[in-house]
Design a protein around this ligand. Sequence first.
Ligand code: ADP
Ligand code: MG
Length: 321
Amino acid sequence: MLSEFDLIKQYFARPRAGRATLGIGDDCALLTPAPGLQTAISSDMLVEGRHFFAGADARKLGHKSLAVNLSDLAAMGARPVAFTLALALPAAERGWLAGFADGLFALADAHGCELIGGDTTKGPLNICITVFGELAPGEALRRAAARAGDDIWISGTLGDARLALAGYRAELALDAASLEQAAARMHTPTPRLALGTALARAGLAHAAIDISDGLTGDLGHILAASRVGATLDVDALPAGPALARQPLELRRRFTAAGGDDYELCFTAPAGARAAILALAAGAATPVTRVGRIDAAPGLRLVDGAARPLDLQLEGFDHFKS
Ligand code: ADP
Ligand code: MG
């Protein structure tokens, strides 16, 4: 049997590589902030049966639990530094732990983000990560910073994770190839750090948010915080490759309010269009212009011909569903 401390030592303590002054092993980790920089901090919890199915692949779970946290740093424009991991496990299974640690550290190493501590306990499977990032004062892309006249931009594509969920729930019939393609987006999202940090550094974007609960809901947070409204061209929303093969009505619903996308939605002045396309190309991240911020409150959905669109949409809310 693995003891709690053997488990931490074997699977989570690694040779020191990052920025922490003191990592795993003491009562606290010690981080020395880089002179003149601010620390960005965010936590996200993944609960079995809520955020992932029981029996989910451990490696993918390791990736996703860190990816959703890094996505918050990306949305703020912060560069990753370190993270902590609080883990409740029903049992100390070596195969599961090895897979989870593999997926987790592959992504952590790709972004130079060091695991500096955490907590481990027995209990229903629950994974909570807190990430620490850094950025210069004034760089952060805040939700409250959108301005009337801004363009609304989206990175990557939307809706494939929601399509996979529909496939798993048998809400619709999905061929095996489409389900596999869509499921890749659900299980292994890509945090858009290159784009988010470049936008913040360049000072090109005003507001930003990462899309976790569905675009219209998350854009709604920007609108509320910034006290503005928006017009969103639903037919301009880029659908994921699997969703792109589905009928128009489904494409519209799942791109506008799918959830689990982990793309960035950001606003920027219309004069910055060319600079944003160049910056996005430099970050190897496709971006699409999908609407504009209005002074009038409310979110107006329109189709490709700018006609009002009446879509029955529901963003995700844990206490409503
Ligand atoms: P304490 O009881 O003082 O809170 P613990 O015994 O829980 O300390 O943890 C011992 C050390 O191992 C601490 O440095 C803690 O941060 C680290 N740790 C515990 N669980 C994890 C984990 N899942 N991943 C990384 N570090 C962990
Ligand atoms: Mg502890």
